[in-house]
Structure formats: C-alpha cells, structure tokens
Design a protein around this ligand. Structure first.
Ligand code: FAD
Ligand code: NAP
Length: 552
C-alpha cells in the first residue's frame, strides 16, 4: 500500500498519509514497523525520545537491568538476529539492552521510518474518510487508516504532587527520565523516595557513591536475589540451538517464560522440606523461589509461608533489627505487587551512610528548598531521586487526546477505568489498536512475548482487511463489556486485589481502582485471540470499503 508525504525533512512540520501511524519506538513500535513493512503497508513511527528502545532509552538510572533473564528477554521473530546477538549476563544491564534495541533498528533499517523527538498530541477518527487524523508536538498532521498505540505500559513517569517540589534548590531526578550523561553522586547527600523495583536496583549503587543516602519508604517490597552472573558460552550456545523450541514453549506458558514448577502444595510439605526447597529457590535466584510449590501465589495460607521465609531472610541480612522490621513487607501477599529482583539491596542497609525513613504513617508533607520534611522531621539533601514509578498502563495512552466515533473522548470513556476488548481494541475507536493494552496479559508476562503476539495479531488483522476489502474494524460494545467482566472476574479470583499496586492504579491518587492486566496467562490469551481471528474477527464489526483498497 502507499504513503504520500508533503513537507520538509529539515525539521519543519509535515503532512503525510500512511496506512498506519505507530506511536512509540520501544520494542513494540519497532517490531510493529518491521512487520507492517514486510506485509507491504506504509507506516510511520512517531517517538518522543531521540532514539529507539523505549523503556531502555529512558530508564538509565544506575543499576537498571531486566528482571526477566536476558536470553528470554529478546525478540524471537528472526533466527538470524538471535544467532548474531550474544547476551553477556544472566540479567542484562540497561546499556546492553539499549545496544540491542539499536542493533535491531540498524539491522532492519528501521530508522528511516521513525520520526524522533516528536510527541503525538491528538488522534481523531474521521468518520467520513474512515481515517485517523494525527497531530504532533512539531505541528505535523498525519492521516492514517490505522492508528497503533505502542506507547508502553510503564512510560509515563510520575512525580507525586509533593507540595513545594519546584522550590528545591538541589538537583532532582526521576528514575524513568534519567540524564543520558549519567549522574555522579560522589560526596553528595542524596534522598531517594520510593522502594519499588527502580529504587531497589539503584539504591545499592547510589549508596556506594553518595556521602549519605536517605531512603524514604512508604511500603516495603518483597525482593529476591538476582544471583546475577556472566553467561557462559556453553549456556548461550545451548539456548541458541534450541531457540525456536524454547520460544514456542514460552508462548504457551502463563507468563511467557518457561518455568519448572513442582506440583506440590506447600501446605502438604513438612517444615524441613519447605525450608530446603525455599533455600534452593532463594539461591537459584530470580523468580525460581516461586516454582518450588504450586500454590505459593494461590492462597493466603500458602503465600504466608513464602512471605515469612523472605521476611526471615531480610532479618538475617539486615543487622539493625528495627531497620530489618521496617523492610519486611507484612500487609499484602507476596506477588500481588511486582516482585523485585535485586543485587545487595537489603545488605545496603548495613552501610553507615544509609538511613531508612518510614513514611507510611508520616507522609512527606513538603519538599523544601533544602530537602524533605514530614511531621517527624526534616532532611537536607544535595539531590533527590524520585523512584516513584509511573502512571502505569493507561498514562501514556491517555497522554494522547484520542477522539473516536462522534468525537467520543477516550479520556472520558475511561474515566472509571480502562475498557477494552482483548486489551487490543476499544469500542467506538475503529482501526485503533493498543499493543499490550489494559485487559491483556502485558505486565504480568515477559513483555517481549506479549508484544510479539499483539504485533503479529494486528498485522494479520490488517492483512485480512486488505484481502477482504474492508475499511474498518472495531470492537462491539457487548464484546468489550463481556471481556471487561471476564478480566475482572479472573482478577477477583486471585490475591492481586489485596495489595495497593500500580496494577490497580493505586499509586496515583484519584485513579480508578481497576485491576488492569489480564491474569489468564499468555498461552490461554493467545488461543483466545487466535480463535477470534479464525472466526472472522468475532466480537468486532467489520466495515466494507466503498471502493477497493490499493494492494501491494
Ligand atoms: P516502551 O518501551 O515503554 O516504549 C514506548 C515508547 O512510546 C517510549 O519510547 C515513549 O517515549 C513513546 N511514547 C509514549 N507516548 C508517546 C507519544 N504521545 N508520542 C510519541 N511517543 C510516545 N518487562 C519485562 O518483560 N522484563 C523486564 O525485565 C522488564 N524490566 C523493566 C525495567 C524497567 C526499569 C521498566 C520501567 C520496565 C521494565 N519492563 C520489563 C517492562 C518494559 O516496559 C517492557 O518490557 C518493554 O520494554 C515495553 O516496550 P514497549 O515498546 O511496549 O513500550
Ligand atoms: P513502583 O514499583 O511504582 O514504585 C514506586 C515507589 O514509589 C513505591 O515504593 C511507592 O510506594 C513510592 N511512592 C509513590 N508515590 C509516593 C508518594 N507520594 N510518597 C511516598 N512514596 C511514594 O515504580 P518502579 O520502581 O519504577 O517500578 C515500576 C515497574 O517497572 C516495576 O513494578 C516493574 O514492572 C518495572 N521495573 C522493572 C525493573 C526490573 O527489575 N527489571 C526495574 C524497574 C522497574 P507505594 O508502594 O507505597 O505506592
């Protein structure tokens, strides 16, 4: 299909017409571009940053790494790509993952269709033309038959609305918008707010540099040791040789990662067996602890056994008993907030230059020109790090003012929480697709597996429409309602709703409390999506084209 363009390539505003406009050049946007090109569609990617990689472009804080093992956290679509790329560590660093993203962009010549340093501001569906009109921060106006949001689940970085934040005289940083040149904290008094995954990765490294590091903790997290190590050439070679089979199996699992769970309830195991297996899982590192029994995240009673094991580990590591107790999560089940994977996190609290401040009952009242204040006291800093997370799953989507049929605003439609069909599509928003949108497994999975599945499905759908001379596809309201009910029903059967997590929007004051990801697992979800397609896109309305669409 074709693209038409007007405007200059020297930074001025453009107007152009494409089969698809894709927002975001992370792993989702890059792969979507590659697939659409391969299928003969014209596409333009629009990316706010000045490079590819998304998450790995923005999150350059010290210690940033994947927590899904590197060999699993890579694309599977190209055998040549996997053969020529060697990961060096069990958990790759952010620079290495960003290098991989850049390698992919170069290898598949993606950059010529990506417009960087440009933010999509609005997208409006034109019902007469059956096309999306898209405007950008640079004044561009694009027209596209398909509008694809590859904006990421964790890309809208969020600094809480602290009173006085703008008055602070020192330096401030958000982990998700880290300066490219890095930050040297040597000799500085640093405060870090938050103890989620980003904080847990960065605290041990910042503590090694800073004169003093003060950690403000509202909720302690369950964190498991990474036991990171260099990958041996033998391990890499075995993985490469079995790549296709491994990836196929991973696609059929619940999480997009092959695990080896024992089919035994922890409640049936005696204390010695429990302890031995928990120790084994702890030393294997990462999420392996959870494989030791089949019900650790299924019931409160089972969960409490592993939660208490982790608390005991914290107590063993952290020398000051009061600090250890503060670091022990006690009021939500393990796994209901994203489990953190760390290297020397708890050990860091044994350093003389690290202080933990519990702000659960004494919230931060103000950022002052010199530091942080709550009802218990005030702390002076040269720098403050906000490790305060993201407006997850919906933040970046609603960052674009999207108007569907009849000018319906997506922000208004989702005011009480996101509503989608399959996490891919929204009723009244024809030809708009969400990659890893709310209502899909997304953040509960190895995201690259979920991204590839969505991109493949969307590409297949567009191809089907072209072949069948269809102009529009849109979710029906009943299909959307039924899917939302199904997503909620499954979530309510789990322990997840028991924690105040970003999965539920609980980290953003005023955000509706709705469990956003789909807990049914990527394998079952893939089957459902494939069935929908096989039944001629069941649950969607397909609109015929008035005249035949151009074909390749
Ligand atoms: P992103 O990588 O977030 O890319 C979205 C892009 O869209 C961004 O570059 C953004 O600038 C752009 N964008 C957004 N809105 C606009 C707009 N309006 N206009 C223009 N551009 C826009 N997942 C795992 O599975 N395993 C891990 O180990 C893992 N580790 C993570 C570590 C960190 C620190 C974080 C924050 C997330 C991690 N994740 C992990 C989740 C991670 O986000 C995904 O794995 C994956 O990288 C998401 O890719 P994406 O392309 O969907 O989104
Ligand atoms: P996060 O998990 O949302 O953690 C944010 C932290 O800031 C929490 O401790 C939160 O406390 C605290 N906070 C937020 N608002 C606050 C306020 N007003 N006052 C005091 N404290 C406040 O964010 P994140 O650490 O950036 O991680 C987000 C997700 O990204 C992760 O869950 C994970 O999926 C992904 N990630 C992965 C890795 C990895 O290991 N590969 C690393 C980083 C991120 P509460 O808990 O009380 O809300």
């Amino acid at each position: 299909m074709s693209a038409t363009a007007q405007g200059n390539g020297a930074g001025g505003a453009s107007s152009a017409s494409f089969d698809a406009v894709i927002v975001g050049a992370g792993f989702a946007g890059m792969y979507q571009l590659h697939r659409l090109r391969g299928a003969g569609f014209s596409a333009r990617v629009i990316e706010a940053g000045d490079g590819v990689g998304g998450t790995w472009y923005w999150n350059r804080y010290p210690g940033a790494r994947c927590d899904v093992e590197s060999l699993d956290y890579q694309y599977s679509f190209s055998d040549d790509l996997q053969r020529e790329w060697d990961w060096t560590e069990r958990y790759a660093t952010q620079p290495e993952i960003l290098k991989y993203a850049n390698h992919v962009a170069d290898r598949f010549d993606l950059r010529r269709d990506i417009q960087f340093e440009t933010r999509v501001n609005t997208a409006t569906f034109d019902e007469q033309a059956n096309r999306w009109d898209i405007t950008t921060s640079r004044g561009d106006r694009y027209s596209a038959r398909f509008f694809i949001m590859a904006t990421g689940c964790l890309s809208a970085a969020r600094v809480p609305d602290f009173k006085g934040v703008e008055t602070f005289k020192g330096d401030t940083y958000h982990t998700g918008q880290w300066p490219h040149e890095g930050v040297d904290f040597t000799g500085k008094r640093v405060g870090i707010i938050g103890t989620g995954s980003s904080a847990i990765q960065s605290i041990p490294i910042i503590a090694q540099q800073a004169a003093h590091l003060t950690v403000f903790q509202r909720t302690p997290n369950y964190s498991l040791p990474a036991n990171n190590e260099s990958l041996t050439s033998e391990k890499i070679s075995v993985y490469k040789q079995n790549f296709a089979e491994i990836k196929q199996t991973a696609r059929e699992t619940a999480s997009g990662i092959i695990t080896n769970p024992r089919d035994i309830s922890v409640l049936q195991a005696g204390p010695d067996e429990r302890r031995t297996l928990f120790e084994e899982g702890w030393h294997e590192g990462g999420f392996h602890l959870l494989e030791k029994f089949n019900d650790l995240v299924a019931t409160n009673a089972a969960n409490e056994t592993v939660a208490e094991f982790v608390r005991q580990k914290i107590r063993e590591v952290v020398k000051d008993p009061q600090t250890a107790e503060l670091l022990c999560p006690k009021d939500y089940p393990l796994g209901t907030k994203r489990i953190c994977i760390d290297t020397n996190y708890f050990e860091t609290f044994n350093r003389d230059n690290v202080t933990l401040v519990n702000i659960k009952d004494a919230p931060i009242e103000e950022i002052t020109p010199t530091g942080v204040r709550n009802k218990d006291g005030s702390w002076e800093f040269d720098a403050i790090v906000f490790a305060t997370g993201f407006d997850a799953m919906t933040g970046a989507i609603l960052g674009v003012d999207i108007k569907g049929r009849g000018g319906a605003s997506l922000r208004e439609k989702w005011a009480a929480g996101p509503r989608t069909y399959l996490g891919l599509s929204v009723a009244d928003y024809p030809n708009m697709f969400l990659i890893t949108g709310p209502g899909s497994p997304s953040v509960l999975s190895n995201m690259i597996v979920s991204i590839e599945q969505h991109v493949d499905w969307i590409t297949g759908c567009m191809d089907y429409m072209r072949t069948n001379n269809l102009a529009t596809i849109e979710a029906t309201k009943p299909a959307e309602d039924a899917w939302v009910d199904h997503v909620n029903e499954l979530a309510n059967m789990t322990l997840y709703p028991q924690a105040n997590s970003w999965y539920l929007g609980a980290n953003v004051p005023g955000k509706p409390r709705v469990f956003m990801p789909y807990v049914g697992g990527v394998g079952a979800y893939r089957i459902k999506c494939d069935e929908v397609a096989a039944k001629g896109y069941e649950g969607f309305t397909l609109g015929a084209a008035e005249r035949e669409l151009a074909t390749v």
